[in-house]
Design a protein around this ligand. Structure first.
Ligand SMILES: *[C@@H]1O[C@H](CO)[C@@H](O)[C@H](O)[C@H]1NC(C)=O
Ligand SMILES: *[C@@H]1O[C@H](CO)[C@@H](O)[C@H](O)[C@H]1NC(C)=O
Ligand SMILES: *[C@@H]1O[C@H](CO)[C@@H](O)[C@H](O)[C@H]1NC(C)=O
Ligand SMILES: *[C@@H]1O[C@H](CO)[C@@H](O)[C@H](O)[C@H]1NC(C)=O
Ligand SMILES: *[C@@H]1O[C@H](CO)[C@@H](O)[C@H](O)[C@H]1NC(C)=O
Ligand SMILES: *[C@@H]1O[C@H](CO)[C@@H](O)[C@H](O)[C@H]1NC(C)=O
Length: 342
């Protein structure tokens, strides 16, 4: 055995120290690399939903037919256009209902009552049903309800998505006036339309009507820019800014619940198609869409594509969309001048 001599030993110690500092240098580099990797990966985790959403939108646009609709609607739309062209003399009036599982006898009665309102009988009236229930046969529904047309739509985005879909896909061929409503209509009884509902259609509706809520007066109330006793839907403030191009007024605006209203083609066309498309993209967000985990949504709601919390925001946004937000709206409805006229 040969022991190290003094100089060899000191050489060895220097070398060992060098190695030691090198290895601690390495571990520092390793440590930094790990930190950098963690930061980068957590960054990409944060960005992922947005990126996913972009990819999703892309594939959805490419595959719109397969994703959204389980029925072809193009052919029927073409048929519809010819109906409009053939009846130029009469103003057109569509009743657009969002159907899921409502009692068909009930909905059929509502349709009969509507067709029996004499002010509407002078118009070219059509009943359009959007069936969002794939277990309900469209052909049978059309017969049972005596509807003019039934479209099938995927059950996403609540009634707001249905209405927006109708507006988007008919933007250049809208009827002069349209009733939009959930099929579970509020405002009918065993004998006919409730008095207030009938009076609005028969006496308050006329050719210059822009927007009219079709809900009972106490469903028309004041929203303080997203703050309301029924829940704080702060995204209304964003929608206000986008739709009105001003800040939300500090004294609030009128809101009418339930998604039951009558609107003119003219009011719809006052907003560009791109705005309806944008709101539609959000309200029909896929289950990974950020809208379902929106921190600006009220707590206590579980959001999913069939029942997005944003659906309640859109329900509250129609007065903003159609520019009928005056704080006297409920009073005017009580005085039987329930709407905004052009
Ligand atoms: C899009 O459509 C193509 C062909 O129709 C299909 O192969 C593909 O799976 C669809 N993608 C999605 C995301 O539905
Ligand atoms: C299309 O129009 C024709 C002729 O007006 C009519 O007989 C047919 O029922 C229409 N189809 C639909 C799906 O409404
Ligand atoms: C239709 O309306 C008239 C009043 O305008 C009413 O007398 C009649 O009962 C109504 N019919 C139906 C089926 O609602
Ligand atoms: C829907 O009902 C019609 C008429 O009853 C029938 O001919 C058709 O096959 C049904 N469609 C489906 C998908 O069950
Ligand atoms: C429609 O009704 C409103 C409110 O009563 C009225 O101001 C307007 O002049 C009417 N328009 C027409 C064309 O009758
Ligand atoms: C909205 O309505 C108000 C009157 O209530 C009007 O002054 C304003 O110009 C309208 N805005 C749009 C975008 O039409």
């Amino acid at each position: 055995m040969e022991s190290l001599n003094k100089s060899e030993l000191s050489q060895w110690i220097i070398c060992k120290n060098k190695l030691k500092s090198l290895s601690s240098f390495r571990s520092i580099i390793l440590f930094i690399t790990i930190i950098v990797l963690i930061v980068i990966s957590s960054g990409s985790i944060k960005l992922k939903p947005l990126e996913e959403h972009r990819i999703y939108l892309y594939s959805k646009y490419k595959n719109a037919t397969s994703f959204i609709f389980f029925n072809s609607i193009e052919k029927q739309n073409k048929n519809f256009t010819s109906t409009i062209l053939n009846s130029k003399e009469k103003k057109t009036f569509d009743v657009v209902l969002s159907y899921y599982a409502e009692d068909q006898a009930f909905v059929g009665r509502y349709i009969r009552y509507i067709k029996n309102v004499s002010s509407l009988q002078q118009l070219n009236i059509r009943i359009i049903i959007y069936n969002k229930n794939s277990n309900v046969n469209n052909t049978q529904l059309k017969v049972n309800l005596k509807a003019d047309i039934v479209y099938g739509l995927s059950n996403i985005g609540r009634e707001g998505a249905t209405f927006l879909y109708h507006i988007i896909s008919n933007y250049n061929k809208l009827a002069d006036h349209i009733i939009f409503s959930q099929a579970g209509v509020e405002g009918i009884n065993d004998k006919g339309l409730d008095d207030w509902y009938y009076d609005r259609l028969q006496n308050q509706f006329n050719s210059s009507l822009g927007y009219m809520p079709l809900v009972v007066n106490h469903m028309i109330s004041k929203d303080m820019c997203g703050h309301h006793p029924t829940g704080n839907f702060l995204r209304l403030v964003d929608l206000w800014g986008m739709l009105q191009q001003t800040l939300c007024p500090t004294n609030g605006f009128s809101v009418a619940f339930r998604g039951q209203f009558l609107v003119s083609k003219q009011r719809i066309l006052q907003k560009p198609l791109s705005i309806y498309k944008y709101i539609y993209e959000i309200i029909t967000g896929h289950n990974t869409h950020w809208i379902h985990t929106d921190p600006r949504a009220p707590p206590g709601f579980y959001s999913k594509p069939e029942q997005p919390v944003f659906g309640y925001v859109v329900e509250r946004a129609w007065t903003i969309i159609f520019n009928c937000t005056g704080l006297d709206l409920a009073d005017r409805c009580a005085q039987k001048k329930c709407g905004c006229y052009d």
